[in-house]
Each structure stands twice: as C-alpha cells, then as structure tokens.
Design a protein around this ligand. Structure first.
Ligand SMILES: C=C(O[C@@H]1C=C(C(=O)O)C=C[C@H]1O)C(=O)O
Length: 383
C-alpha cells in the first residue's frame, strides 16, 4: 500500500513547482500588459486562448486529463487577464466609464422632474421624498413617456419604480433601461401600504369590481382571493384607479391604492393592510440623460449580455469576486429576438472612482457582449 504521508510530501514539492511556474508566467503576462498599454491592443485575445487550449489538450494524456487541462488553463488565462486589467487601470488607461462625471451633489433645485401616473400615485410620493419642493414636477401616462421626456431633454429627471419587496422587479423598467441611453443617478424607497377605497358609506358586500395596477393587485392577491366574486380590472396606475372610482361614483366599484390617493379623490377606506407582506416597499430610480454620479455613490448597476456558452456567467461574476466587490442583486431578462438568451442586470457595492470597481468593469466590458454601466448612485446601507 502506498503511504499517504509520502504522497503528500510529493504533492507539496509539485505544488511548489507549479506555484513557481505560475508566478513566472504571471511576470510574462505583466510584460504583455505593458505591450498592450502602449499599443492599445485588447487584453482578451479569444483566438490565442482557443488555440492554446487545443494544443494543451492534445498534449494531455487521456480524456480526463484533457478536460482537466482545459479547465486549469482557462482559469490561468482568466487570472492573467485580471492582472492585465489591474495594470491598465493603474496606468490610467480609460474604460467605458470615461464619460461619467463625478459631482458633489446632483442639481436638485429648479429642475424638471417627470413621473408616471397621476398625483397621489406612489411615484409622486417617491418624487416628493427624493426632491425638494423647489422642483417643477409633472406627470405622463406611461413609463416609456417618462423615458422619452428625459431623452428629449424636456425633463431633467424621471422617477420610475424598479422593484417591489413583495412582487419583485418591474420588468418594463428593466427593458426600457436597455432601450434608452439614460443613467440611474439616484434611488428612493417608498413604503407601500395599500387600502381598498370606495365611495363613502358603501359596504363591502356592495362591491362588484375592483380596479388597480397589476403590481398592486398581485401584492394584495391573498385579500382578493378571499373575495372570489369580485371582478378584477387592471388600470395603468393605482391613483388612476382611485380617480376612476371617484369620477364614476358607482357604489359597486372600488380601487386598491394608497390612503393619500383616497384623500385626494374623496374616497373612503373600506379595508386596511390588505397587502400580504407588511414590509411592502417599492424602490424607485431617478433617471437622467447625463452620466453623472455623486461622490458618495455606493452602488453600481450594470447590464450585459453573454454568449450562449457554458460557464460564461460564472466567468463574468468572477470579476466581482476577484476584485472583492459585494454583489447585491442579479436579475435576468429575455433578449427579444434571441430565444433562450438573456440579458443580466447586476448591482454591486462601490463607487466608479475605486480601482477595484474599475478593474471589474474593465473585465466585464472586455468579456461580455454589450456591457453598459447603468449608473452609480445610492447610499451605503446602514448595517
Ligand atoms: C497573455 C495574453 O493575454 C490574454 C491572456 C492569455 C494567456 O494568459 O495566455 C492569452 C491571450 C489573452 O487573452 C496574450 O495576449 O498573450
């Protein structure tokens, strides 16, 4: 029988040799980086990497070692690239975020702010919470309209809901963010407490139809399930549902919206706390046409597409891990026209000024398809 201690001793000697050669190889890669800094040649050379893997696989013995060699050298080359990205950053080579401008604080007075919905909508509450009273605010009908207002320069900022703590992401906003060349410059959470609103002095058994936005209907689905005879009708926003009930003055109609919307339209609260999650918060983003970020910005949002190959997402995420960045969110959305291909959205903690962030973004930019930094904003969460 072989001796375990002996084997381990031998492994230790081999590992030392592997480490020595690894460091030797990395030194050469640093020279390669220097060449690339001077010539502008891209760090990633896919053809060279593929050729290398083929040659190494051919030299390996047996199927198992072939696969092992492939995995091992793919990792070694990925590490080599990460070292090169670091050196490019150190030498001030510009990356995709070069157009981003850092500011002490965003201009907040005398600006035009657009939100979707009507007064009394949660977007309106988010707008009021984020901006001072010194802004000119107005509303439009759809999320796309709000994006258009900012893209055309009519509005300086748009306030849009991106995520709800009960129901998840607002998919339309994610899709619009990739369609428009706009930037996330801020965020605002709003506690969402839905109530059932009706014509004053109406009783619950008179209700036949309930109006609200699909998100609000979903957040109150347990309550609605306890009234299976009610007809559910979707509206463009919650405040719009309240407005409709107010305008039509029909006692069989009710709306799910905020208490504030009820007050605005003279409706009575017929049922409270109808959302099944009492920690129901919607996060809104503030969108601008300018790539600016505040000095104190603590969260970066990026989106990227990946080639349809095994391991591509793993490789992309390695850029965050390798640079010690903490990822706070990952989402995916289907890419229109490409069946079963996805676009990923990642949020991670950091500021565009930090070398670790620059390195990770450089890696993503080089190795993903169509990477875009959507913004740098928000405050560090209190621990
Ligand atoms: C070292 C280089 O940079 C990258 C890393 C490689 C490697 O580590 O072997 C190969 C190709 C490039 O993607 C190079 O261009 O040769």
């Amino acid at each position: 029988m072989t001796d375990l201690l002996e084997c381990r001793k031998e492994i230790d000697v081999i590992d030392k040799e592997i480490l020595r050669l690894f460091e030797k190889r990395m030194k050469v890669c640093e020279d390669v980086a220097e060449y690339k800094i001077h010539t502008g040649k891209k760090v990633l050379d896919q053809k060279r990497e593929q050729d290398k893997i083929e040659v190494l696989k051919e030299s390996a013995h047996g199927e198992f070692n072939e696969l092992g060699a492939q995995e091992l050298f793919q990792q070694i080359m990925a590490i080599s690239r990460k070292r090169q990205y670091q050196l490019l950053t150190k030498n001030g080579v510009e990356n995709d975020t070069k157009d981003y401008e850092m500011v002490d604080a965003l201009p907040m007075t005398g600006v035009n702010v657009v939100f979707q919905g009507v007064e009394g909508a949660y977007s309106y509450a988010a707008m009021r919470a984020y901006f001072s009273d010194a802004v000119n605010s107005y509303h439009v009908k759809t999320f796309r309209d709000a994006m258009e207002e900012v893209a055309s320069g009519k509005a300086d900022y748009a306030v849009l809901p991106i995520e709800n703590s009960t129901e998840g992401i607002v998919t339309d906003i994610y899709d619009l963010l990739t369609e428009y060349q706009l930037y996330i410059v801020g965020e605002q959470g709003v506690k969402v407490e839905h109530v059932l609103l009706g014509i004053p002095e109406t009783s619950l058994d008179e209700i036949k139809t309930v109006y609200s936005h699909p998100q609000a209907l979903a957040q109150c689905k347990k309550y609605l399930e306890s009234h299976p005879d009610w007809k559910i009708v979707k509206t463009e926003n919650t405040a719009g549902a309240a407005k409709k009930v107010h305008e039509e003055m029909n006692r069989s109609q009710a709306a799910i919206a905020s208490r504030a919307a009820g007050e605005l339209y003279g409706l009575s609260v017929m049922a409270e706390n109808i959302c099944y999650n009492d920690q129901n918060v919607t996060r809104f983003i503030i969108v601008s046409a300018h790539p600016v970020y505040e000095k104190s910005a603590a969260k970066v949002s990026v989106c990227f597409e990946l080639p349809h190959e095994s391991g591509t997402l793993y490789n992309m995420l390695s850029h965050f891990i390798y640079n010690g960045l903490s990822m706070t969110k990952i989402e995916s959305r289907p890419i229109t026209g490409k069946k079963w291909e996805y676009r990923f959205f990642v949020d991670f903690e950091g500021n565009l000024e930090e070398p670790a962030v620059k390195n990770a973004l450089r890696g993503l930019e080089a190795e993903a398809n169509r990477m875009r930094v959507l913004g740098n904003y928000g405050q560090q969460e209190e621990q």
